[in-house]
Design a protein around this ligand. Structure first.
Ligand SMILES: [Zn+2]
Length: 97
């Protein structure tokens, strides 16, 4: 499934329109908390299940979104973190959770 349009809405959510005309909305905070890069994954594994990460304003603001091949996007956050590659099926699953 390919997205036809990806944009950040003014409600702090990522809005994705898919080629089958379905739509996914994912909160930016959720996206950042579940950043799939190796650094963030390792950090999450070290934390206990009850740990609630507090994010700074610039950690949940998107600076730039780049397409990665035909299977993913990478998100650059305002705090400079840009190593997360979000594959389309992952994004779809996040929106459905
Ligand atoms: Zn990360």
């Amino acid at each position: 499934m390919q997205p036809v349009r990806i944009k950040v809405g003014n409600d702090n959510r990522l809005l994705i329109n898919w080629e089958d005309k379905s739509e996914s909305k994912i909160g930016l905070e959720k996206l950042r908390k579940l950043c799939p890069c190796a650094t963030c994954m390792t950090n999450r594994e070290k934390q206990s299940k009850t740990y609630i990460p507090l994010l700074m304003e610039n950690q949940v603001k998107v600076a730039k979104i780049n397409q990665v091949g035909s299977y993913a996007i990478s998100i650059a956050w305002k705090d400079g973190h840009n190593t997360g590659i979000y594959e389309y099926p992952f994004l779809k699953k996040l929106a459905d959770d």
